[in-house]
Write a protein that binds this ligand. Structure first.
Ligand SMILES: [Zn+2]
Length: 96
């Protein structure tokens, strides 16, 4: 019976595994929409930049949904750069 008890003791929410393997979500508090972009800050340069969603989780980047990526603002004196190939704020022009 000690085996069963040991097994039960190990049952718990595999939160870490879920977070690593699950869908990437916006890191803004209370959001939770799927992330489409990553954002990082360089405090020394007072620079913030948005890139395409990083292929892997990177502790120095915040994942952002389209809304929060489009609405990202930086503090006074900071520069915000958008390094994405096609910013989500610009809809593709389909004029024919
Ligand atoms: Zn969001």
């Amino acid at each position: 019976m000690s085996n069963a008890r040991k097994c039960l003791a190990r049952v718990g929410p595999p939160a870490y595994a879920c977070a690593v393997n699950g869908p990437r979500l916006c890191s803004k508090t209370g959001c939770g929409k799927p992330a489409v972009a990553s954002c990082a800050y360089n405090y020394a340069e007072r620079l913030a930049w948005i890139t395409e969603l990083r292929p892997e989780r990177d502790p120095s980047f915040y994942d952002l949904c389209p809304d929060h990526a489009a609405g990202l603002r930086v503090m006074n004196g900071w520069t915000l750069q958008d390094h994405r190939a096609r910013p989500a704020t610009q809809a593709p022009l389909l004029l024919t």
